[in-house]
Every structure is written in C-alpha cells, then in structure tokens.
Design a protein around this ligand. Sequence first.
Ligand code: GMT
Length: 390
Amino acid sequence: MDKKLNIGIVCYPTFGGSGVIATELGIGLAGQGHQIHFITYDRPARLTGMVHNVRYHEVKPTAYPLFDYSPYDSALVSKMVDTAKYEKLDLFHVHYAIPHATAGYLAHQILKADGIDVPVITTLHGTDITLVGNDPSFFNVVEFGINHSAGVTTVSKFLKQKTIETFDVKNHIEVIHNFVPPHICASTPAREEERKEFAPKGEKILVHISNFRPLKRVEDVLAVFEEVRRKIPAKLLLIGDGPDRDKLENYCRQKKLCKDISFLGKMADIGQILCISDLMLLTSVTESFGLVLLEAMACGTPVITTDVGGIPEVNIHGKTGFMAPVGDIKSMSKYALSLLENKPLLEVFKKQALEQANAFTLDKILPQYEAFYHSILLKKQQHFGELSTR
Ligand code: GMT
C-alpha cells in the first residue's frame, strides 16, 4: 500500500469551483488517511465542522500604511514554509495558478535553502489560463509557474489544450477531471414540500448557479427563462452573487418578474435546490469544465448550456441535456421547452444525467490524484538518487 502523505493544500476558500474541488479533494484524501493542511486566507466555504485528519492554517496578510495592497503572496509563502517545516509536508497541491503556482515556487526555493524539498503540484482550473492568466499583467508569472511546478494538472482536456496554445509549456500536463462533491444531493425526503416553497402550483423549476461575472452571461439565463415562461408556468432560482447581480435584479424588478425569479444569494448547500430543480441553465462565454453542471446532474437535473470550452466533456448533447452556441437564446429556449413540456423525455434525461454524474464520482477521481502525487514523489526520489551517486 502506498504511504499516507502530509499534504499542504492552497486554494481560494470561496464558493468558486476551484475552491470547492480543492476542499472536497482534501476532505476525501483525509478520509483515505492522508493528513491534510489547508493553507488559505479564510476557512474554506465547504469545510464546515471538524474533519478528521484536517487542519486549517490561516494566511494573514499584514496591513501597513506603506502598502496600498497588503502583500497576500508574501504572507502565503511564509505560511507555506512554516507549515511545511513544522508539519513535515510531503508535497504542496496548489489550486489556481495565480498567484499560487509562483507562491509555491518561492516556498519551494526557501525550503530548499534549508535542505527541505517539498514538490509543488499545480492544478489549473480555468480563468487562470483563459481570461486572467492571459492578461499581460499575469502572463509571464503564470507561464513560469506552470513550467516550474513539479507537476501540473488541468480539470479538462480542453484546458490542457488551451494552456499549451496560450503559453510556452515545457512541462507535462496531466488531465484529471473534476468530480462530483460527495453528499451533494442528500436532502431528497422533503423534496415535494421544498418544491412547493418556490413552485406552489407545480410550476417547473429552472436553476442557475454562478459568480454573476460577465463571462457567465446571466442576462441570457433570464432571456431563456422569459421565453420558457411565455409557454409554460415556470420559476427561476438564481444562486450565487457577483458583479452583475444588482443590474439583473433591477431588470427583474422593472419588468415585474420578481414573483417568478428568486435571487437566493450564496449558498453552502446547493444540493437542496438542485434536488428540486427540473433544469439547469449555464450560458457562459467560456467554461473550463462547469462543475455546477456535474453537481446538477448528480441531483438528477439535466442541463442546457453553451457549447464552449470543456462543457462538451461534461454535458452530452441529446443525453444529459442540450448545448447551443453562446448567445443563441432561441435554440436554448427551444431545447429547454422540449424537455419541460415532455415529462417522459425529461425523466429519461434525468436518469441519463445521473448516469453521467456517476462517471465522475470522487472514488474514481481521487485515486488519479493519489497516483499523480506518488509519481511526482518517485521522480523526486530518483532525482535525489542520481545526485547522490554522482
Ligand atoms: O470563474 C469561475 O467560474 C470560477 C472558477 C474558479 O476558479 O472557481 O471556476 C473555474 O474552475 C472550476 C473548477 O475547476 C470549473 O468548473 C469552472 O468551469 C472554471 N471556470 C471557468 O473556466 C470560467
């Protein structure tokens, strides 16, 4: 049996997909007997309560009048070095390249000066490559971080290809797909009662979850919903928060849509809503994977999406839902109605969505990460062996 590891996980502790995956992976690894140390600026949103084998080390950037911006990177690196030394970490697994890959590199160099070698594995999640990473203010740092990580993974084949196209990549990239966070849909018994809270007259329930950033095109979600509502009684539930929310909420108020559209804000337990939903809408301009799609499918909810990025690796057109080009409201509405107006077909799609989610369970994905960790540690040992025989 492979040795149990001491792993330092660095991520954004928010409700964003990269933070969710990092946290659920850490909890899953802890369940396998590994010791997990989350090194984050806040307690990860999905890390609630006490979890066996898990510790949380808070990164606290210090404010000082000289700093317009408190240097998060320096505070993070210091905490990584401190944790590695005193918790005897075997490796760091950092999620989202900016600034975590280069923070990892610096922590690695500082530890190396003390004769300690803790390899850094970087998982690229999406916008760190496609949107933010591509920006001139980050480009060189992201490229360096990718090329100087001991191991690099991406959450989809699309993201691997995009990374290679965008940067001068000299490192191997391993694709390890995202997984369904366990227990996502644990709240089934009260389903009918909960449905009535939002759809008292048996209306169909559509759902959208995002960070309400422009790339999600939430205005298209509303447009599709308005088309659907013209034909059948329906409600739309919007989960999450972000820059576009106020604008969209005002739009709904002005158009007197509020009785049918509910803005629920950020939620830790999205499964409660997904379990009572009939259809998810995701209208993004780009999406490296679309974790919320998998979460919806795990609750038996088919999805209508755009056909971009890594989405086709998750949503099988005509089986788990439908895809259409970005901004194609007409096709998305038509597809949505084709399912919502046909109960037997909707049931078939629900079943197929569940089956697809079963291909991405934690017990299938976690061993891929464990194998990757061990392959990196083996390489380190071999390198050390070669050096000592020289
Ligand atoms: O921009 C976001 O959607 C948030 C971002 C994150 O880092 O949390 O999500 C990215 O990572 C998720 C987890 O791997 C993926 O499921 C999302 O598709 C990806 N977002 C984009 O590519 C836009």
